[in-house]
Design a protein. Structure first.
Length: 135
């Protein structure tokens, strides 16, 4: 009997005001892996002041993500500089992120390419967004 390798995927976001768009993204991400790790950013304004500060606490967002059937593990992190440590501690096969990053030099891109980690760019084919919910 041959053992099959578990494909581990990872995605990162603040997941503020968890909504249908987030769930669709997580569902699509899970289609590319057996085990999905979600990096939960505590406050995206630490790295990018132009971003919106989360409306919900990290505890509220963590609890909501634990209720999502597509998520297998959640790792809170503070800033982009923490990503390298997370990636070294939790080996992954697939990185899932939005297609708006396809042609950008995002944090960790060099690491993913050097390690041969597959990059999957999911598409946003819906109208849901946290920014719209804040209005």
């Amino acid at each position: 009997m041959g053992l099959t390798k578990t494909i581990t995927g990872i995605t990162f976001s603040a997941f503020d005001l968890l909504h249908a768009g987030h769930v669709r993204m997580l569902e699509e991400a899970k289609q590319h892996c057996d085990y999905l790790i979600v990096g939960l950013q505590t406050d995206p304004t630490l790295d990018r002041p132009e971003k919106n500060k989360p409306t919900q606490s990290v505890v509220e967002r963590y609890i909501q993500l634990t209720g999502c059937k597509f998520v297998d593990e959640i790792i809170p992190y503070a800033a982009d500089q923490d990503l390298q440590s997370i990636l070294q501690a939790f080996p992954t096969d697939v990185k899932i992120l939005g297609d708006e990053y396809k042609d950008k030099n995002f944090t960790g891109r060099d690491y993913f390419e050097q390690k041969g980690i597959k990059l999957v760019f999911n598409t946003r084919n819906h109208r849901f967004s946290s920014s719209e919910l804040r209005k």
